[in-house]
Design a protein around this ligand. Sequence first.
Ligand code: GLU
Length: 473
Amino acid sequence: MSSPRVRFAPSPTGFLHVGGARTALFNWLYARRTGGTMVLRIEDTDRERSTDAHTQVILDGMTWLGLTWDEGPFFQGENAERHGADAEQLLASGAAYRDYTTPEELTAARERVTRTGATFRYRRAEMELPADEQARREEAGRPHAIRFAIPDEEIAWEDAVHGTISWQGRDLDDFIILRSDGSAIYNLAVVSDDIAMEITHVIRGDDHISNTPKQVALYRALGHTPPVFAHVPMILGTDGKKLSKRHGATAVGDYQDLGILPAAMRNFLALLGWSPGNDDEVLPEAEMIARFTLEAIHAKPAVFDTTKLEWMNGQYLSMLAADELLPPVERELLRMGVTAPGRDIRPLIDAVKARSRTIGQVAEQVAVRLDGTRVVRDDKGVALERKMGERFGSSIALAHAALSGVADADWNAPRIEIVLRDVAEQAALKLGDLMQPVRVALTGGTVSEPVPELLAVVGRESSLARLGLHAGH
Ligand code: GLU
């Protein structure tokens, strides 16, 4: 069997939303897993709502997530001629017909049927005009749509996610495939393109399940075997409702701005409707690819939990080297107006990354370490000073005096630790009663990397200045 060909086929009518990104990711994972080909097709046939700007945002989002495509981007609008030719073929074989009914006639027919309590289905036989009237309209070259005559038979497919899905042709309309202006409707355009691009697996959201029987029927009528369909579950918010703006950010770009790492976002998205078969959650790229199968995609809806995304981001922050975190942290620092010319901030990133969940939090902590004027006493810092009373200032004074004796060349965490331990011992202080006030003086808060490391990354001059502000108070 030749290798799989999958496609991601977004409509450029909005941003790249998490649902679309997840669909793109599953296609990408499948292509990479099977050595297949990932095609990117921009479905820009809705001319009023499609924009180049949206197309660019979609491409940027995929690039940010590392979802590389092998062919394209192709633009569906450029295939209009082939769509028309396929419609002609369906007309020629009798699988489709020209529909000359006017909107008024259609409304009247619909009302006639619904008045009896039945459901209206567009059927050739029921809508047929008297033969002479049909001929008259044809001759007059009246504008008309082309409809597909849905066969009265079972239309079923073996969905890779849901198992057998079966529809009856009689429950479907004779649907329009070509509008009166000659442009193709989604179902025809998609099938025509998927055939031409030799797509073997269609992996997309399960909101498309009701389109699939129509597409399967089109494949058959065009003389082609339908591809494998895999309909991935929809994404809900933690309240069980369909994910929407109400739940917060839904565009991939927003998460980039919020300081989420692409690798963490990708890992998080992969677990929306898929799992590797056990409880493993942190799955770096190679492992995710190696373990991905369509069969393991869940049929039931997935839940988008922002807390979990932040947790995942924290996992990747701890895992990634400072080198990899440097560009997004620098970008964030720039945004905050913090510059450190000539300073290597990688040791600072290493010092704080394990206690961060977002790039923003990394940048905040780096900024505080770079610039003493950014130290703001938080509630816990205030509470500690209140609790320790005079001992707060005297501890800092002791540390300040002892550390002043450490030369710049010796200013490193192991050396600093020895000095502070000695001070604590001599003054008969619990180590924590010495370290915590120092931590508060340096950062404003009570949580950080170990204090000797903190003093080392802040540097001698700035550390002593920060301690000096409190010593003796
Ligand atoms: N343009 C369609 C969408 O964005 C593609 C659906 C499909 O994958 O067939 O929903």
